[in-house]
Design a binder for this molecule. Structure first.
Ligand SMILES: [Zn+2]
Length: 205
């Protein structure tokens, strides 16, 4: 791609770093930004920059948050002894949309995937095990979606906590294999949380 402007080329190169955005799409987006009022583009740039510098991760559940503890963790009406283990914030949002879950979350930040070089130490697993060891948790619901990586991650965590006095369950498999939680409709996802099954049973099926 030949550019008549170095400034334009820089912007296109940065934009094309985003997943799923090739050079052509990046050029189209950048030209759109140039066409819209200057203030609008600057607002976007400012929103991105402020988000990147000010955003935090909840010290308890690792969800994305504006404060040290997220809105969900500080809500006194939620059951703090019930923890739903999810991969990332999109799963938290999907489950929150169902209004079927009143416990807290634990956001792992990914799934164990040796192929991608993601081991247990790259994820927020130890802090979950610590909470279990401290006796703060009565039940853990695994909600990672039934991919191979999801199953591996569930099983790894299960092995770490199985000797403690904690109930483990998994969302029922109304959710088809490989479907990510965020794409599952609210009714199905809500039902799969309410009809969760003991984790040991899911191992045998
Ligand atoms: Zn939190």
């Amino acid at each position: 791609m030949e550019f008549s402007s170095k400034l334009l080329e820089n912007a296109v190169n940065e934009m094309s770093q985003l997943p799923g955005i090739g050079k052509r799409t990046a050029l189209r987006l950048v030209l759109n930004l140039l066409r819209q009022p200057k203030e609008q583009t600057l607002n976007l740039a400012k929103a991105l920059s402020t988000m990147r510098s000010d955003i935090k991760f909840c010290k308890s559940c690792h969800n994305i948050s504006d404060n040290d503890l997220c809105e969900i963790c500080i809500n006194p009406h939620r059951t703090d002894s019930l923890i739903c283990v999810v991969e990332d914030i999109r799963d938290v949002m999907a489950i929150e949309n169902t209004s079927s879950f009143r416990g807290l979350y634990h956001v792992l930040g990914g799934k164990i995937s040796p192929m991608d070089g993601v081991g247990p130490n790259e994820l927020n697993i130890q802090s979950l095990v610590d909470k279990v060891e401290q006796g703060k948790i009565k039940e853990i619901i695994f909600a990672l979606g039934s991919t191979m990586e999801g199953d591996t991650t569930n099983f790894y965590i299960y092995k770490q906590i199985q000797d403690f006095d904690v109930v483990t369950s998994t969302i029922s498999r109304g959710i088809s294999v490989g479907n990510e939680l965020e794409y599952t409709d609210e009714v199905t996802l809500g039902r799969s949380i309410i009809n969760r099954i003991p984790f040991e049973i899911s191992l045998k099926s």
